[in-house]
Every structure is written in C-alpha cells, then in structure tokens.
Write a new protein. Structure first.
Length: 248
C-alpha cells in the first residue's frame, strides 16, 4: 500500500501553534511530524530505525564508500536519520543541530522509542557555525534543514557558510528545498562554483520534489568493499549512485 494511503487514518498526539504549526500524529503503523500540515518525517513504529521516505535513501549514498566516525546533522526533524545511522554505525559520534525547541521535545517524547542518547545542540545552524573557531573536522555533514523560504540566494548563503567551516575532506550531503526549475538551475550553477575541489553529484527523486546533492572530497576512494550498509541496501543504493548527475 502506498505510504500516502497509510497516513489517512490518524490521531493527533501533539500540536504546537506558532510561527510554524508543529504537529505529531500516528496510526497503527506509523508516527509522523508535520510542519504547517506538510509531513516532514515518518517513523515506522515496529522498526523505528527503518528509513521510510525515498529521498532519505539517496541521502545515505555516501555510506556506499565511506565509514564516518563523526557526523554532524543540521536539522533534527523526527530523527529518522539519527535512528538509522545509530543502528548501522553504533560506534560513530553523531551531533544534531536543531533550533526549534518543540522539535527537540517531539523527538525525545515521540520519536526516540529506543532511548538513544543523542547529543543535540539547541541552536540555529548560523549561530552554531559562528561559534566554531576553526574548521570542523567531521567526516560527514548532512544539511537537512526544513525551511519555508524557497529563495535560492538565501539557501546558497547558508551552504557557503557551511563550506567555509568544514574541513576539505568532509563529505557534504544536502537535501535541497523545493525550488522551481529556474531557481533550481541557479542553485546548482552557484553550488558548482562554491564546491571548490569537491565533486558534485545530484539526484532528482522520482515522484518527489527533493533534490539530493552530495559534495565528495576529490581524493575520496569510491569503493564499496568496506561499506557498512546491509547487503539489500548496498545493492539498491549502488544502482542509485550510477544514475546521479555528475558535476566535476
């Protein structure tokens, strides 16, 4: 059954009204978080660590080739990526940066059934970056910030700040906000100029509006021999990687 149909029958667990209306709802199988009535994150209740939305699998593509020890996630949401990464990388250090206190509260109360001891910095990413006195030596930085501002110039300023604060060997994954075709082309053109020595590979997610972008260090070894992904995911994601649009 399609996921959209699965979300039809639900009960409300949490509602916070403000600049962004935040809600948590669930049915027998799923629990999800909504921003202004838009589903942002979905958890399969019987297997909380399972990814549930197609674009999230594309975000995990660096794990084909890379075993990161330190991961920084900009944007916590419902914690889908945290639960998945904690499951397959139990010895890795994962830090989430989240500015919305209600989102953190929802994660802890509704989206952390396994009681993961997840480090979370309650801060806007801009303020968090500003406090970093030197480049961050993390292995993988994931930019997955939900935002209603679809201005590509605003988004590009954010990415430029990120690139200025991370080590050249850091892998960077970006969940690009919903942009029209014109603004998307502008964003990709500017990202191409900002990426420096990194290789850029991006993916249009079929039937979804997400564009997932990976900026890979130029010296990265793209071999899946030591991948931490389970076999079923390794085979599937390897096929996805082959169909990415490459900008060197």
């Amino acid at each position: 059954m399609k996921l959209a149909a699965q979300l039809q029958q639900s009960k409300l667990l949490y509602l916070h009204q403000g600049n962004e209306n935040l809600a948590v709802a669930e049915n027998e199988h799923y629990r999800w978080i909504l921003f202004d009535d838009v589903v942002q994150s979905i958890m399969l209740k019987r297997v909380p660590s399972k990814l549930t939305i197609p674009h999230q699998y594309f975000m995990m593509l660096p794990l084909l080739f890379h075993v990161p020890n330190k991961i920084i996630e900009l944007g916590l949401g419902g914690g889908n990526l945290v639960r998945y990464l904690t499951n397959i990388l139990p010895n890795s250090e994962i830090l989430s940066i989240e500015y919305n206190a209600q989102v953190i509260e929802c994660f802890e109360n509704f989206f952390n059934p396994q009681n993961i001891q997840q480090p979370i910095a309650h801060s806007s990413f801009e303020l968090w970056l500003a406090k970093q006195k030197k480049q961050q030596r993390c292995d993988w930085l994931i930019y997955d910030i939900y935002q209603t501002d679809e201005n590509p110039q605003y988004f590009l300023k954010q990415i430029k700040r990120v690139l200025n604060k991370i080590d050249k060997n850091t892998w960077l994954t970006i969940n690009l906000p919903d942009l029209n075709e014109h603004d998307l082309n502008i964003a990709l053109l500017h990202l191409s100029s900002l990426k420096g020595s990194r290789m850029m590979r991006y993916f249009h997610i079929p039937y979804y509006k997400n564009i997932i972008i990976h900026l890979t260090p130029i010296d990265a070894v793209l071999s899946d021999i030591n991948s931490v992904l389970p076999h079923y995911a390794l085979t599937r994601l390897a096929r996805f990687w082959q169909h990415g649009m490459v900008n060197r």
